[in-house]
Each structure stands twice: as structure tokens, then as C-alpha cells.
Design a protein around this ligand. Structure first.
Ligand code: PLP
Length: 367
């Protein structure tokens, strides 16, 4: 069997480092926030080329506190994409603001920068691009438009730890960058976790308060805050894993390169890495109009695949109240119908990528 992700293989490779780190928390009893979280915040912010890191309990909370720090609230609009995980849009909803969608560029699956200006209204407060699958959105035009209209840029970098845009790490390009440490992410906790990174000290201070009940000093609640604290065990585990992240990212990129070369000339549509990007391949998605047939044929050969994501957010029942309809974002809708994510994780072997590619090539070769 070739799994879609293999967290057990990764654990086996770092067990000797992770167990003492967890034991350290059990002994110090710093179960929530604490010294390991503080160190991890510094290390991950530095890794992302940002000054401040604010650890939180999930990537969704990271987006929520970032939007709140930017002053987003009821009556405001936030421009984002419908082809993303639902959390991007949920975080906007939590603030009381409204998500306004623009379509994606079908080559990159990220925000179509040419569609942004038409979506700006006097209520627009922020632009929220998503670095989907680990490829950065085209940030320069986004920053330029934001500057011209006085908008805040918040990067959803939940899938893009260590990805680069023109040599700069994601998260530090916009005003704030939000990461998820959900277990299957490129940098995954042993539980839930998230972080906002920023170069803005004032935003950082606000977010530190928001994640811990709006208080800077115990029981002195300045803001209406939340319990979004990152756990000590996750901080300790993530510190260990961060030391391996570059090697794991290079292993993902090597696996993607093997897929690219083995599928070249097969007629299969493979992902396109932009010249500006260091793509970190959280997901390696091919496109096909015969997705259901391909997925079941691969499953029959014990090759697991995934779909990220089968329904764009503007067509989800939960967000019907935004008032969009089928046909509004054709590129997002077509991508949702066609994408198929192949097995992708750092420990994926050459033999495994070859098995997957041989199975795919058979599907496209006329009998
Ligand atoms: C693009 C995107 N945004 C936000 C999130 C939310 O992160 P979390 O699951 O840690 O809340 C995720 C991951 O689940 C994601 O993929």
C-alpha cells in the first residue's frame, strides 16, 4: 500500500529526539505556552524571516487573530479565494466581516491578481491570498494594489512553511502570515497548533493579548480575547521537527521532480512551479476530467490519493449566505472538479513514485 501521507515513517525517524522533548514538558509542567513555546516562536519566526511569532492553538485561530489585529470587523470586506480549505473563509466570518471572492489563476491555483481591483469597495479592509499546495501567490502585484488602496495583506501560509517568493520566505511578505501545524502539514504538531508571524510590533502585541484572553498581565483584560494558547508539548515537538524541516522540504521537492519527469510526455497535467517560487509541495495535484475513474483505479492498486478540495467555498452550503452561485468563479470550479492529489510526504521513495507514475501512465495509454 502507498499511503497519501505517512506520519508513522516520520515519527520513526525522529522518535529518539521527540520523546525526551515531550518528557521535558511532563517534568517542567509547562503545559500551555511556557519556555518551549517562546523558543519555538523565536525559531519559527526567524525561519520565516519575520521578527515576531505568536503561537496559537490552530491555523484557523492564527487567521482569526491576524484579521482582528488588522482591525477587521463587522461591515468590512476581506478579499480572498474560493479555492481553499474552508478555514480561510471561516476566520473572516468569525470577525463579523464578509469574504469577497476572486477567482484563481488556473496555472497556479492561487489568487488571480488581475481580478483583485474589480472586487475592491469602500468596505474592503484586507486581502487574504492563500499559498495553496505550498506555492506562493504572486505577492508583488498584491502588495502594490494593497498599498495603493490602503489595505492590509494577510498571507494564509497554512500549507507553505518555508516556501519562497522571489527569495523571500512566505509569512514575512505581507503584513502578517498565518501558519497551521495540523499533523499532516509540512511542519506538523502531535496535535493542533498554529502561528502568526509579522514584522509589526503593534500587531504582535495585540495578537499576544488576543490569544490569551486579551490580557497582557494576568486578570487585566484589555481586549475581549480568546483561549487560543499553543500547548507546551506542541512547542517542544515543533522545535525538534523544525530542525528537520529543510531536509523534509528538499525531499518533497525531489519527489515532485521525480513525478514531473516520470509523467512528462504522458499527457497528464502536472503542477506548474512558477519561476518566482520555491514550491514546497504540501500537495502534488494532477488534473484530469476522469478523476473519479482514476481515483478508484489507483485505489484498486492500493495507491491512496486525496482531493483538495472537491467543492469551492462559494458553493458550500455553509456559505450560501454569501450569495454566490455556480459559474461565478469558473477556474476555481473547474479545478475543484479536476484536481487529484498524489501521495506526497518526505519519506516517499523512488520506488513508490515510480509505482504511482506507472499506474497513472497505464490509465492514459489507450488499450
Ligand atoms: C489553506 C488553509 N488555511 C487554514 C487552515 C486551518 O488550519 P488549522 O487546521 O490548523 O486550523 C488550513 C489547514 O487545515 C489550510 O489548509
Amino acid at each position: 500500500m502507498i499511503p497519501f501521507v505517512d506520519l508513522k515513517a516520520q515519527y520513526a525517524s525522529i522518535k529518539d529526539e521527540v520523546l525526551p522533548a515531550i518528557q521535558g514538558i511532563l517534568e517542567s509542567c509547562q503545559f500551555t505556552l511556557g519556555a518551549e513555546v517562546v523558543e519555538f516562536e523565536k525559531e519559527f519566526a526567524a525561519y520565516s524571516q519575520a521578527q515576531h511569532g505568536i503561537g496559537v492553538n490552530t491555523g484557523t485561530s492564527a487567521l482569526h487573530v491576524a484579521l482582528l489585529a488588522a482591525g477587521v470587523g463587522p461591515g468590512d470586506e476581506v478579499i480572498t479565494v474560493p479555492f481553499t480549505f474552508v478555514a480561510t473563509v471561516a476566520a473572516v466570518y468569525y470577525t463579523g466581516a464578509r469574504a469577497v471572492f476572486v477567482d484563481i489563476d488556473p496555472r497556479t491555483f492561487t489568487m488571480d491578481v488581475n481580478a483583485i481591483e474589480a472586487a475592491i469597495t469602500p468596505r474592503t479592509k484586507a486581502i487574504l491570498p492563500v499559498h495553496l499546495y505550498g506555492q506562493p501567490a504572486d505577492m508583488d502585484p498584491i502588495l502594490e494594489i494593497a498599498k495603493r488602496h490602503g489595505l492590509v495583506v494577510i498571507e494564509d501560509a497554512a500549507q507553505a512553511h518555508g516556501a519562497e517568493y522571489k527569495g523571500r520566505r512566505v509569512g514575512s511578505i505581507g503584513d502578517m502570515g498565518c501558519f497551521s501545524f495540523y499533523p499532516g502539514k509540512n511542519l506538523g504538531a502531535y496535535g493542533e497548533g498554529g502561528m502568526v508571524v509579522t514584522g509589526n510590533a503593534e500587531y504582535a502585541r495585540t495578537m499576544r493579548m488576543l490569544r490569551d484572553w486579551g490580557a497582557e498581565k494576568k486578570y487585566e483584560h484589555v481586549l475581549k480575547g480568546y483561549n487560543y494558547r499553543l500547548e507546551g508539548i506542541q512547542g517542544a515537538v515543533l522545535r525538534v521537527k523544525l530542525r528537520h524541516l529543510e531536509a523534509w522540504t528538499e525531499a518533497r521537492r525531489a519527489a515532485a521532480a521525480r513525478y514531473d519527469s516520470m509523467l512528462a510526455g504522458s499527457g497528464i497535467s502536472t503542477p506548474e512551479a512558477m519561476p518566482y517560487a520555491r514550491h514546497v509541495y504540501h500537495v502534488y495535484a494532477v488534473r484530469t476530467a476522469q478523476r473519479a475513474a482514476w481515483q478508484s483505479a489507483l485505489q484498486a492498486q492500493e495507491i491512496q490519493t486525496g482531493i483538495h478540495y472537491p467543492i469551492p467555498v462559494h458553493l458550500l452550503p455553509a456559505y450560501a449566505d454569501l450569495g454566490y452561485k455556480a459559474g461565478d468563479f469558473p477556474h476555481a470550479e473547474q479545478a475543484a472538479n479536476e484536481v487529484l492529489s498524489l501521495p506526497m510526504f518526505p519519506e516517499l521513495t523512488s520506488a513508490q513514485t515510480e509505482t504511482v507514475c506507472n499506474a497513472l501512465r497505464k490509465l492514459t495509454t489507450p488499450a
